[in-house]
Design a protein around this ligand. Structure first.
Ligand SMILES: [Fe+2]
Length: 250
């Protein structure tokens, strides 16, 4: 019988290989359901053993990337985030994503970009990624939301327009780990580079004209933060490769 992670990768391939067709939504929902059931044991992941803690074998990297599988249609990986560490506010331009916590607890702070009337009265499309460069370097209005997730939580989902800009924090007292599927993968040459942001004040000319509510927030682009970087660890779970996940389910 196929391992759970192999079934997830197989379904991810069939979901993202055909793109956003009529069946995409139901395929994506099924992928989320499959991911809801996965555990750290399913991928032989041991996070922060007492031995590792005591001998100081951890690197200084705030996060560790464990690649499980990648292809032109999606990436499947684990991120381990040390206690007290964060993945800074960043985006996934034009991408879908699924994030399932398998150890510890994370807090995801999301910023959904608001479409606003521009000064000429027309709707400004800067929330769409193909116009991403239009809003670089200037503050953008967002709706901010906060989710706390642990291994009992459902998979957190992002789309090109929802939860796409987010920061991820480990406020807990132990490392946390989550499985991450991104589709299509980041690809700088195709306009899918990762951009970093920070919260900022609203532009002065907007302060008096926009009614803010408690969820409103503004973000602006920043250079990649120098204090955030990942080291890597080998994947030790069931083998996931194109040959295995291209086969029909048993
Ligand atoms: Fe992310």
């Amino acid at each position: 019988m196929a391992a759970r992670i192999q079934g997830i990768a197989r379904h991810a391939l069939s979901t993202f290989m055909i793109g956003e067709t009529a069946v995409f939504s139901s395929n994506f929902e099924k992928l989320k359901t499959l991911l809801d059931g996965i555990t750290a044991e399913d991928i032989n992941l041991v996070v922060g053993t007492s031995k590792e803690r005591s001998n100081g074998s951890y690197s200084k990297a705030p996060a560790t990337h464990v690649s499980i599988f990648e292809c032109p249609f999606f990436t499947l990986a684990v991120f381990i985030l040390k206690k007290g560490c964060s993945i800074p506010l960043h985006d996934h331009p034009g991408m879908f994503g699924l994030c399932k916590v398998v150890h510890g607890q994370i807090t995801v702070v999301s910023y959904d970009i608001q479409t606003e009337p521009s000064s000429n009265g027309k709707v400004d499309n800067f929330s769409k990624h193909q116009f991403h460069t239009h809003f670089k370097q200037r503050p953008v209005r967002c709706k901010k939301s906060i989710q706390t997730l642990d291994q009992n939580s459902e998979t957190c989902v992002l789309t090109p327009t929802s939860n796409n800009h987010h920061s991820i924090h480990n406020f807990g007292t132990e490392p946390t780990a989550f499985i991450d599927i991104l589709a299509p993968p980041y690809a700088q040459e195709k306009g899918r580079d990762c951009t970093y942001f920070r919260e900022c004040n609203p532009p002065l000319n907007q302060v008096s004209t926009i009614v803010m509510d408690s969820c409103d927030s503004w973000i602006t682009e920043i250079p990649p933060p120098l204090d955030f970087f990942c080291d890597t660890q080998p994947y030790r779970g069931p083998v996931v490769n194109l040959e295995i996940i291209s086969q029909p389910p048993e």
